[in-house]
Design a protein around this ligand. Structure first.
Ligand code: GRF
Length: 212
């Protein structure tokens, strides 16, 4: 049985979920995706999950627009627990998760954010970085805490901002790194090669080396 039993929450294309699927298939991540939930009924992430034979379903989060709370939060926790999930992956999930979900999976909810946090939390962070005039942008994978994009950082990767960048071209460059960063962060968790000390995630690089 795989070490990590993942539940993936998403709202969009699911390219980050795909990077996790690919890492598992390549044998570089000891994990299985037990369940994919999307808060958008026709989200492409659900099509992708179906194509890979992964259990998935739409999670109606009404009446809330920007958070996962109330009956939907309860249902989400119930579905994840029933599927045997031990680690929750927010892969382009455009809602704020609340303390109840975090308490159900303590230190086991992981988010990817397309910026070098703590710069530019929130939405359209790549466009914010461009507007600000940053010369470097990037991606952060972090444990989720009660704040917005504020939990302890597991992996960050930087990309240059080019003179002729548009928000779309910069986001595309960041996404290439997202697809490396997410499997890398999950590998660290799967191997248990870390400990959380306050805000710092201490990583034991030796334990990440493949055994001879
Ligand atoms: C990614 O840029 C992610 O960082 C952000 O939403 C986007 C989701 O992309 N939070 P995808 O659905 O994984 O393709």
């Amino acid at each position: 049985m795989a070490t990590l039993k993942l539940g993936v929450l998403g709202s969009g294309a699911g390219s980050n979920m795909q990077s996790i699927v690919d890492a598992i298939a390549a044998g570089t991540l000891d994990a299985e995706i037990r369940l994919v939930l999307a808060d958008v009924a026709d989200a492409k992430i659900l099509d992708r999950a179906r194509r890979h034979g992964i259990a998935c379903q739409y999670l109606d989060c009404a009446p809330f627009r920007t958070k996962l709370e109330g009956a939907a939060e309860d249902r989400c926790i119930e579905l994840l627990k029933m599927a045997g999930v031990d680690t929750v992956v927010l892969a382009g999930f455009m809602r704020i998760v609340k303390p109840k979900l975090l308490a159900a999976f303590p230190n086991r909810v992981v988010n990817i954010h397309p910026a070098l946090l703590p710069a530019f939390p929130g939405v359209h962070s790549w466009a914010q970085a461009l507007d600000y005039g940053c010369k470097v942008a990037g991606v952060t994978v972090h444990f989720v805490d009660a704040g917005t994009d504020s939990g302890p950082i597991i992996v960050q990767k930087a990309v240059p901002v080019m003179e002729d960048d548009t928000p779309e071209s910069l986001h595309a460059r960041i996404q290439v790194q997202e697809h490396l960063a997410f499997p890398e962060a999950l590998r660290i968790i799967a191997v248990g090669a870390y400990r959380i000390e306050g805000r710092r995630v201490r990583i034991d690089r030796d334990r990440l080396q493949p055994k001879a």
